[in-house]
Design a protein around this ligand. Sequence first.
Ligand code: URA
Length: 201
Amino acid sequence: MSELTDLYKQITSCRRCADLAKTRTSTVPGDGPEHADIMFIGEAPGFHEDRMGHPFVGAAGQFLDELLASIHLRRENVYICNMIKCRPPQNRDPLPQELEACQPYLDRQIALVNPKIIITLGRFSMAKFFPGASISRIHGQPSRRGDRVYIPMFHPAAALHQPKYRSLITEDFAQLPGILADLAGVQGEEPPMKAEQLSLF
Ligand code: URA
């Protein structure tokens, strides 16, 4: 069994948040290749995710799929997970103690998948990597730290309710291929490759 599969097993039987463990239908550990180059981190499973055991399978997920398709990326080629792995009742915001309890699972996922790029979706995952920042100010701006690039983005669910966010997140996605191409160049693949030629596509 791979270490990631083993981690999923641990998550499945997790009872660190007794209340969430009681109300959940399934845990939602995450989906994607064990060594994906890009990891998306959302907030928490919603109704459909809780039923299916997979992240971003509801309306926000459909929009995420559209965004991925708009830059010729496929869901199967990226890793998608959430800050917390169980649905909060009525889709309320995750509580600080829930974020804290689930943090070791996410940290382990990041260590095992070891993505080149982490894209945060919404304010909770942004706060993990950009504490105190305002999403309106920093969305779409890549931040390189060591070998990894972090890009904060609006949550796709925000775009479902407010058209202004739909265009902002679409624009932020549109610059991803350029960032990927730069990254491939920096990492010594000569000549710098076009986004379509990257192994990610
Ligand atoms: N919103 C999230 O943040 N994550 C999901 O998996 C679904 C909706």
